[in-house]
Design a protein around this ligand. Structure first.
Ligand SMILES: Cc1cc2nc3c(=O)[nH]c(=O)nc-3n(C[C@H](O)[C@H](O)[C@H](O)COP(=O)(O)OP(=O)(O)OC[C@H]3O[C@@H](n4cnc5c(N)ncnc54)[C@H](O)[C@@H]3O)c2cc1C
Length: 305
């Protein structure tokens, strides 16, 4: 737990990236989790993901953007991505973070920026997933999402909920009334016990409770996890309640449990792989290390080989 907190703390020290990136080997190791720095590299990675029977979601890595000009560049990047998806015919939607679009500068700016991307996706028959970030922006993210959802359709824009937050069951019930498409994950940030379950068992139990609510809703949701226990619980519940294979999808991160991704796709389940790319890979990479300290040894071993 200490290692996890330390790594999440380091993930916010973007300056360390420049130090780490000097080691070309370190950079090479990041390719396990990151598809590259350009759209072209991400398209190539998605083609491969598609060839294994999985769909994808583009994620342009950049969080907590600090200027309006930078948010404009993010919008343009996503409009480019949506155009490239159409041109190449790859099977992919997009995931956005509202801090990337200026949520911490001005919520109205983030909403307007996100709206431009959702409008373009809707026009193209594609879909935008609004990722969930730290608990300091949970309410602002839900508020902006609700505005987007009021203007666009169920199949144009969706949101993410994190089972480590106490509030998540209430949020799920509230969002299902709209209704909304939800991606359920455990949550990747350092949260205090005032807002999030400190124990993994409680996070997992809540994940299963919310998963059951989502699967019973008749709406197409994303079950995002690499945890075989969460996956088995989902498969069992779906079988018992006769929820068809096409009524929901599993989602996993690029480079994590590829074996399981391909197995579920072979078994006829929807499997979407979240494909991150871009120059600002450092915080994302560190959060992946935090989730599984075994990966630190993998990185260190290879650095000194
Ligand atoms: C598609 C997708 C989208 C996501 N979007 C968000 C989001 O918007 N907001 C947010 O806060 N979080 C997001 N996450 C991250 C998520 O919250 C978790 O931090 C992450 O998925 C790890 O939790 P887990 O469910 O895999 O289970 P864990 O309890 O972390 O792990 C269970 C098991 O999964 C395997 N595993 C997990 N991580 C790794 C790894 N790095 N390398 C190798 N094996 C691993 C191991 O076998 C491990 O024992 C997303 C995750 C996915 C899959």
């Amino acid at each position: 737990m200490l290692t996890r907190s330390a790594l999440i703390y380091l993930s916010r020290k973007e300056g360390l990236k420049d130090f780490a990136a000097r080691f070309s080997l370190f950079k090479k190791l990041t390719t396990r989790f990151i598809a590259g720095e350009s759209i072209d590299e991400a398209v190539a990675a998605i083609r491969e993901v598609n060839a294994h029977g999985c769909s994808a979601s583009f994620d342009h890595l950049n969080e907590s953007v600090g200027s309006t000009a930078e948010t404009e560049a993010e919008v343009r990047e996503y409009l480019d991505v949506l155009r490239r998806i159409d041109e190449t015919g790859i099977n992919s939607n997009v995931s956005i973070k509202l801090t990337q679009f200026g949520l911490e500068i001005d919520p109205e700016l983030a909403y307007r920026n996100a709206r431009r991307v959702v409008e373009d996706a809707a026009r193209r028959g594609n879909f935008v997933r609004v990722d969930m970030e730290g608990s300091n922006v949970t309410q602002a993210t839900i508020d902006a999402f609700k505005r987007l959802r009021a203007e666009f359709g169920l199949n144009d824009v969706g949101i993410v909920l994190q089972s480590y937050l106490y509030r998540t069951m209430d949020d799920a019930r509230d969002l299902l009334k709209i209704p909304a498409r939800i991606r359920l994950c455990k949550g990747a940030y350092n949260e205090p016990p005032e807002v999030a379950y400190p124990n993994k068992k409680d996070v997992d139990d809540n994940y299963i409770r919310v998963m059951k609510l989502l699967l019973s809703s008749g709406i197409y949701h994303g079950i995002a996890t690499h945890d075989p226990r969460m996956i088995d619980a989902t498969l069992e519940f779906a079988k018992r309640e006769r929820v068809s294979k096409g009524a929901f999808e599993f989602q996993m991160l690029y480079g994590i449990r590829r074996d399981l991704q391909e197995q579920l796709a072979r078994d006829g389940y929807g499997m979407r792989v979240y494909v991150p790319y871009g120059k600002h890979w450092y915080p994302y990479f560190m959060r992946r290390l935090a989730e599984r300290p075994a990966n630190i040894w993998f990185v260190l071993k290879n650095l000194w080989k």
